[in-house]
Design a protein around this ligand. Structure first.
Ligand SMILES: *Cc1c(COP(=O)(O)O)cnc(C)c1O
Length: 457
């Protein structure tokens, strides 16, 4: 499979190059030159078997089929449930797709456990190494670290704001005892951490010498790996029209649902759940995307105003015209506003997408209600998804909410809503007592760069 950039000014690449590149050199995101169709007969065995078949056309010859099957098996062997992403029933036509069974208890593991292994394989074949650098305010850092902890060709440095992450989030990063993993507390805010990462990438000699790389949510391979569980859930429900509700931040998860639908999965509608940071919900209601300031909420992984993966859908809405897409995004960056035509909206958005927003008090109420009605203890992100699902249910069509994090990652909110504190699963039960391995550095580019140099193998 070949890939093109959504901004139309980057060379076409194959899968392995797209995997390692992340962002295209013209600032766009890579998408396949065309969307493959699912085969008529999908394997009905394990998640792993289905995953290899669904992803095969995207990978082409870049990873041999037997190697890819092994990487998939290894990636999902780290999940606690044999079904990998088990489906649980809440009520009639009301389902939860549990994406929290990976090692760090958030849905990002589904993609990053595989992406880390693909990175290591491709780098090994090329006899290359990379240094992944990233900034995190919580979930992404631990999932990225866990995805590469056993990789011999990858080092990783993750910057987090000192004293500003939860104990669980910090411990998930600092207790990983692998020689290639470095969690660094920066004396500053999350924005300072992000600025340091950007500055390292902008320092071209440093970037090239260190072979800097990133695994952020715009990486095509992450979106690709997420399409599988939509196909899996539709298959488990008998391959009939099925809707999904997705608590949304960067639009990566719900975009994967759109792609599964484009490939032929029987997906009726895709419901986007927002917290108070509701730029997407406002867009689906008004056809205008208008940036606002970010407010902190109980669902921090959705505290985002610019949903970067939306660019991939916008490219389709523009009939794959990269020039038009680039122009629109340029205008959005300078004016803070993006409008689409009525006919584009009617063709691409209205038939598929629905949206709803929930503030923190509604989120807490939903956590309490779900607990009383089903015994299921959900985290604040999933609660937003359930709220959105309830608002957009159609009679006779199963609605699947993606459960994106284990409740124990957000114990304070869950305790406030239910009166009891959720417990970590057995493999992390002693997490808070484990010894930490961390560095504290000043908010200073020189100091951080010297640290990165000193740990590169
Ligand atoms: C990252 C994340 C989200 C948002 O997913 P996107 O793909 O960015 O839309 C939702 N919930 C949790 C728990 C997350 O970690």
């Amino acid at each position: 499979m070949r890939y093109v950039s959504t901004r139309g000014r980057a060379p076409e690449l194959g899968f392995a190059d797209v995997l390692l590149a992340g962002l295209a050199p013209d600032g766009g995101l890579y998408v396949p030159v065309d969307w493959p169709s699912l085969p008529e007969h999908l394997p009905s065995g394990s998640y792993q078997e289905l995953a290899t078949v669904v992803m095969a056309p995207f990978i082409g010859d870049d990873i041999p089929a037997d190697v890819f099957a092994r990487l998939v098996d290894e990636a999902y062997a780290s999940f606690r449930h044999e079904a990998v992403t088990p489906l649980r029933q809440l009520a009639a036509d009301d389902w939860l797709l549990d994406l929290s069974q990976g090692p760090t208890l958030a849905f990002k593991d589904v993609a990053l456990q595989l992406v880390g292994r693909m990175f290591d394989y491709v780098l090994g074949v090329r006899n290359e190494r990379v240094m992944i650098v990233g900034a995190t305010s919580g979930d992404t850092g631990s999932a990225a670290i866990d995805g590469v902890r056993s990789c011999s060709n990858v080092d990783i440095v993750i910057l987090y704001p000192h004293g500003r992450t939860s104990d669980i989030q910090r411990k998930q990063m600092t207790t990983v005892d692998s020689p290639n993993v470095h969690a660094v507390a920066v004396e500053g805010t999350f924005d300072d951490c992000q600025d340091l990462v950007k500055a390292m990438f902008n320092d071209a000699p440093f970037r090239d010498r260190m072979r800097l790389s990133a695994v952020n949510s715009i990486n095509w391979a992450r979106v690709m790996a997420q399409t599988v569980y939509y196909v899996y859930a539709a298959q488990q429900l008998g391959w009939r029209p099925t809707s999904f509700s997705v608590p949304t931040g960067n639009f990566g998860n719900v975009l994967a649902g759109w792609i599964a639908r484009r490939m032929g999965a029987p997906i009726h509608s895709l419901v986007v759940g927002s917290n108070q940071n509701d730029i997407l919900t406002r867009f689906f209601e008004t056809r205008s995307m208008v940036a606002d300031t970010v407010v902190p909420t109980l669902s921090p992984s959705m505290d985002i105003q610019v949903s970067s993966n939306f660019e991939r859908l916008l490219f389709e809405m523009n009939d794959r015209d990269g020039g038009v897409t680039a122009e629109q995004l340029q205008r959005f960056r300078s004016m803070g506003r993006l409008d689409v035509e009525t006919d584009q909206f009617e063709r691409w958005i209205a038939p598929v997408f629905r949206a709803a927003r929930f503030d923190d008090s509604e989120t807490l109420r939903i956590i309490g209600e779900v607990r009383s009605a089903t015994g299921e203890i959900i985290d604040p992100h999933t609660a937003v998804g359930i709220g959105a699902a309830r608002r957009h249910r159609s009679p006779g069509i199963p609605m699947v909410t993606t459960l994106t994090a284990h409740a124990a990652k957000f114990p304070d909110a869950v305790e406030q809503a239910t009166g009891s504190r959720p417990v970590l699963p057995p493999h992390l039960a002693d997490l808070l007592e484990r010894p930490e391995r961390t560095q504290t550095l000043p908010n200073d580019l020189g100091a951080v760069q010297r640290f990165v140099e000193s740990v590169a193998r």
